[in-house]
Every structure is written in structure tokens, then in C-alpha cells.
Design a protein around this ligand. Structure first.
Ligand code: SF4
Length: 215
């Protein structure tokens, strides 16, 4: 596995390439909205989630209101996100627990977040990092794929990749690093055809160094 110093160089270059790291989910400053949108984003594009969220939050602006909503009505509002039966059920259960156990506020501890319906480690780390500044590797498809290509991870298992990167990226850099990987995965290191010829990580990428880069 590659070193922390090598990872520090990757982090520096991505910071220079994307000075403003941004979460693709447009949740504003509201932790509850980010949590809902992160749950909706499973197997759905962020653009679609952003679109659906306007009407959803106009009807259900917070955990108590969503906890009182009917699953059928939630389903109607999120239908185009896919998996809407299970997502509506999870959003409802999550909001009930958030309201009854946490006073309607999103908790910061990993175990508390994981006790909420629809919340796995990826969503929990997003919340801990973006909302509470606690860091957290968001091991999504871009993070896993690019980390493997670069040679900083050797698995497609999200939890294993999370652990591997957690040991290499400082906590205070983790959230923005993951946001930048998403941007990079969409614009440069694209899944089907990585643009190695214009990649700022080319000389430090294990994939490119192995001579397999796309011309
Ligand atoms: S060199 Fe190619 S494979 Fe490696 S990170 Fe850049 S675009 Fe991705």
C-alpha cells in the first residue's frame, strides 16, 4: 500500500485542481435535509435528488413533519428517485426515530447515525464530515474506483476502502477530499474512459504508471 506522503501529494493536487470542494447535494446548511437527500441518493443521480427535494421539503420541512406524513404521500414525492417504496419507508422510520429519540436533531455519533433507517456508513460519514466537521471517508463509487486506480486501496468493499483511506488522509481533509474525488470521477477519471492524458495525477497514479493509461 502507498504511503501517507504520497497521499498528501494527491490531496494537494486535487485541492489545487478544485479549490472549492462542494457536495453535489444541494442541502444548504440544514443537517436534516442533507440526511434525507443522502438517503435518496442511493442508486440515483445527485441532480435528480436535488430536483425532487424542493417539493419534498416544501411539504415536509423537518423530521417531525416527515414522521407524521403518510408513506404513500412520501412515495409520490420521491417516485422518480427509484427504489421509492423502500426509500419512503426508511425516510419515515428515520424521521420517527429522529423525532422521538433525538428531539428532531441529527446526531453526530456513528452508532446513533447507524441506528437510523436507511443510514449506512457512507451516509453517516457524509453527515459526520460535512455537518459536524468530524471527518469521514465517504466510500462511494468514485472514491472506491479512483482510490484503487491510484493504488491507495485494493478492494471494492466500501468498509475496507474506508479503513484504508482513513489511515492515509488526515481527518480534517477527508470530507473535502471525497467531494473532490466525486468531481474528478465525473470530469476527468471517468469510469468508462479515464482521461489520463490530461490528468493531474498521472505521474502518481499506479494505473497510469503501469502503462495502462488511456492515450
Ligand atoms: S491517470 Fe488515469 S486512471 Fe489514473 S487517476 Fe488519472 S485519469 Fe484516473
Amino acid at each position: 500500500m502507498r504511503s501517507r506522503e504520497e497521499m498528501a501529494e494527491v490531496v494537494r493536487r486535487l485541492e489545487a485542481y478544485y479549490p472549492d470542494a462542494q457536495c453535489a447535494l444541494e442541502a444548504g446548511e440544514d443537517p436534516f435535509r442533507l440526511l434525507v437527500m443522502a438517503i435518496l441518493s442511493a442508486q440515483c443521480t445527485d441532480a435528480r435528488v436535488n430536483l425532487v427535494s424542493g417539493p419534498l421539503f416544501a411539504r415536509f420541512p423537518d423530521a417531525p413533519s416527515l414522521a407524521e406524513g403518510s408513506i404513500e404521500e412520501i412515495e409520490e414525492l420521491i417516485r422518480t428517485c427509484g427504489l421509492y417504496h423502500s426509500k419512503a419507508k426508511n425516510l419515515h422510520l428515520m424521521s420517527v426515530r429522529l423525532t422521538e429519540v433525538y428531539g428532531g436533531k441529527v446526531p453526530s455519533e456513528m452508532d446513533d447515525l447507524l441506528s437510523l433507517a436507511g443510514v449506512g456508513r457512507k451516509v453517516a460519514n457524509l453527515i459526520r464530515g460535512d455537518v459536524f466537521g468530524l471527518g469521514g471517508i465517504v466510500a462511494d463509487t468514485h472514491c472506491i474506483r479512483i482510490s484503487n486506480l491510484l493504488g491507495f486501496a485494493d478492494s471494492t468493499d466500501p468498509h475496507k476502502v474506508e479503513r484504508q483511506l482513513d489511515g492515509l488522509v488526515p481527518k480534517d481533509k477527508q470530507s473535502d477530499f471525497c467531494h473532490r474525488l466525486v468531481q474528478y470521477g465525473r470530469n476527468v477519471c471517468v469510469a468508462r474512459r479515464p482521461q489520463c492524458g490530461v490528468c493531474v495525477l498521472r505521474d502518481v497514479c499506479a494505473h497510469a504508471c503501469a502503462g495502462k493509461e488511456t492515450p
